[in-house]
Write a protein that binds this ligand. Sequence first.
Ligand SMILES: [Zn+2]
Ligand SMILES: [Zn+2]
Length: 134
Amino acid sequence: MTQSHDISCDCRAVSIRLSGAPRVRGHCHCQDCRTLLDVPYHSVTAWNPDQLEVTQGGDRLIEFQHPALQMKRVFCAECGETVYNTNAMDWRVVSLHLIAKNNDGEIPDDLAPLSHFHYAARIVSIDDDLPKKD
Ligand SMILES: [Zn+2]
Ligand SMILES: [Zn+2]
């Protein structure tokens, strides 16, 4: 059976199901993530479009198309939480923070970060044992 994870926003109006293994899991230090989300780096899982199914509240999701980037931020109209964002490859990018909030504060083993990437573009340095890729 395919592994899946059910994720809801803070107010539970919107739920999504992530199926299979993510394309990428780790910490992204690129400028685009910073610009879209106003975070110093983005701790993510990234999925193909067909691996993310909106199982509840699809009509409560609002897409913000960034004016300068090929990225969208998709958030709940009720609580404002970003449920996922898209990138230039149209992957579905789901925050590890949101995933942890839905799993008693823990990141499930099969979604745990494996590396840092775009590390040369970082604005903060991380002292951990994960590989750092540029
Ligand atoms: Zn919500
Ligand atoms: Zn990034």
